[in-house]
Design a protein around this ligand. Structure first.
Ligand code: HEC
Length: 163
């Protein structure tokens, strides 16, 4: 009986060692794989990178985070290139410091149309944070971006949309 128990214990020990070895091998294979290289357009790759909510930004290109965020959060409803058509929302070319509610051929909500003034960076920041808290009847059915860093990154990108 005792022999059996010892034998079983030994066998279990061998099994555990075997699995430990296996997992060790697979982690070293994992580590041996080259890390994916991120290329941010044609700019040098070896820039100090930081992360804003999981999006890599390079020190030289503060708009790249904004561009990715715009693509994910705004592009579904807005085009950004010059002369491109309106979608659910108006085209946003040259929107920073532009008069509100002026995209050609776009039917704005009455409230937005009557706002007047221009989209300063400050006002864009407040609007993107929660469109309905700025314009209660807006047609922009978007709950907003709560993280200020992300809003500022998007505005940096919007500022590049001009000649
Ligand atoms: C679900 C669709 C939708 C999404 C997503 C969306 N928008 Fe809009 N946006 C609209 C609509 C619709 C309007 C027109 C609002 C109105 O007339 O009240 C608008 C209006 C605007 C305006 C005012 C434009 C002008 O000409 O006065 C700005 C600026 C704007 N959106 C920015 C953004 C940004 C930046 C994002 C991403 C963070 C975004 N929107 C995401 C639908 C959307």
């Amino acid at each position: 009986m005792l022999k059996k128990i010892i034998a079983a214990g030994f066998f279990a020990g061998v099994l555990v060692t075997f699995f430990l070895l296996l997992s060790d091998i697979s982690t070293s294979i994992e580590q041996a794989r080259p890390a994916p290289v991120e290329v941010v357009e044609d700019r040098p790759v070896l820039q100090a990178k930081r992360k804003i909510q999981g999006i890599a930004v390079t020190a030289v290109d503060p708009t790249s985070a904004g561009r990715s965020l715009f693509t994910r959060r705004c592009l579904g409803c807005h085009t950004s290139a010059k002369g491109h058509p309106n979608r659910t929302g108006p085209n946003l070319w040259n929107i920073v410091d532009k008069a509100k509610g002026q995209a050609p051929k776009y039917r704005y909500s009455m409230q937005l149309k009557l706002l007047g003034g221009v989209w300063s960076e400050d006002e864009l920041n407040r609007f993107i944070a929660g469109p309905r808290s700025v314009i209660p009847d807006t047609k922009m059915t978007f709950k907003g971006i709560k993280i200020e860093k992300q809003r500022l990154a998007i505005i940096e990108y919007l500022k590049t949309l001009k000649d």
